[in-house]
Design a protein around this ligand. Structure first.
Ligand code: DAH
Length: 368
């Protein structure tokens, strides 16, 4: 701060008051911007610097020329001014330690990118919504399951070769437990069907989204952790044509009304009969292209009529728990299961499943 030393036009109280009021005003103006250590040090030097500080220069200039009888009044006012400068430094320090740097509303704001749903979450929600619109409610269950819910009640007997298709991670140190109580990472969302039927009596319409685990090698289309959406509809008089109509509607809702579906015989231990569902290729409309391996069809999900052995396992467990059996021979149902990654890859034209889990913003930002 190098500036002119103001002049005193007289030494009467009114003139002194006016002159010091002007200085106090300057102190207050400077005090408004003392949020950083650097600003406070500059302010301190400018006012209180021992050689070039304003207080020193002004008091030298004013006291030198003042008549003796005015020196006391001047000295008092210089002391008040000094107190005000020190108070400004102190309150600037307190404000910066308690509230951080002062708020400068003229600075550009910190832009926060709005978050968006991960493409898998979004796809899962879209699939669930299709079934919610049909009156299904959402069911969820644990990712760490017992052998009973993941396999046995779903009609995979111990040591049955069907278990080999769904190898998984098992929790360590459980040899002392009976086989059906041993814990493992669930390989599909189907155990939630069992949990739901044990808990509720028919009729049941459930859509079950969730994360599942398999001891599978990762490649462009496989991941040891992935997601499924399962469905279960149980009532009196549920038939295979209900299953066909429901899934045909769901595929049209997801992929567009031009999509056709077809059902091929397949096998799952928990459904009989079982089917694989194919949809007409959404890339070529069914003419045949590289994506559908020139067949015009893409396989998308598994389904079938709930196997009576599953209902029997449910009722047996209900009895063990002191509940009435509720899934007798008048009850039938269908179930289906699909992979969320596979659907998302088709919907968004993604060829590497690993992109979903990489956390790479260049990939994720494309869904904003
Ligand atoms: N749980 C099967 C799997 O992970 C998928 C599945 C197929 C679920 C048919 C079903 C079904 O409910 O009926 O491979």
């Amino acid at each position: 701060m190098s500036e002119q030393i103001p002049q005193l036009s007289g030494h009467d109280d009114a003139t002194l008051d006016q002159a010091f009021a002007a200085l106090q005003k300057q102190v207050r103006a400077g005090a408004a911007a003392l949020s950083t250590d650097e600003a406070r040090e500059n302010f301190r030097l400018a006012w209180l610097g021992r050689k070039q500080g304003r207080l020193k220069l002004i008091s030298d200039a004013w006291l030198k020329t003042a008549p003796v009888e005015a020196k006391k009044a001047l000295g008092q006012r210089f002391n008040q001014l000094k107190t005000a400068i020190e108070a400004a430094l102190e309150s600037g320090h307190q404000a910066s330690t308690s509230a951080g740097p002062g708020l400068d509303i003229t600075l550009p704001g910190i832009r926060r990118a709005a978050g968006v749903e991960h493409p898998l979450t979004r796809t899962m929600r879209e699939v669930v919504a299709v079934f919610e619109a049909l009156g299904y409610s959402v069911g969820i269950g644990p990712e760490v399951e017992t052998d009973f819910y993941n396999f046995e009640a779903l009609n995979f007997p111990p040591n049955h070769p069907a278990r080999d298709t769904q190898d998984t991670l098992v929790i360590a140190d459980q040899e002392k437990k009976p086989g059906r109580e041993r814990l493992l990472m669930r390989t599909h969302t189907s155990p939630v069907q069992i949990r739901s039927m044990i808990a509720q009596e028919p009729p049941l319409r459930l859509v079950i989204p969730g994360k599942v685990h398999r001891n599978d090698e990762s490649d462009a289309t496989h991941s040891p952790i992935f997601h499924q959406v399962e469905g279960l509809c149980v009532d009196t008089n549920i038939t295979f044509s209900d299953l066909k109509g429901t899934l045909d509607h769901a595929m049209k809702s997801l992929f567009g009304s031009a999509v056709k579906t077809r059902f091929f015989p397949s096998f799952f231990p928990f459904t009989e009969p079982s089917a694989d569902v194919q949809i007409s290729c959404i890339f070529c409309g069914g003419k045949g292209c590289r994506k559908c391996k020139h067949s015009g069809w893409i396989e998308l999900l598994g389904c079938g009529m709930v196997d009576p052995a599953v209902f029997a396992a449910v009722d047996q467990r209900r009895i063990e728990l002191g509940r009435e059996p509720a899934y007798g021979s008048n009850i039938s149902g269908f179930a289906f299961g699909m992979g969320v990654e596979r659907i998302a890859m088709m919907l968004y034209g993604i060829s590497d499943i690993g992109l979903f889990y990489s956390g790479d913003l260049r990939f994720l930002e494309q869904f904003a």
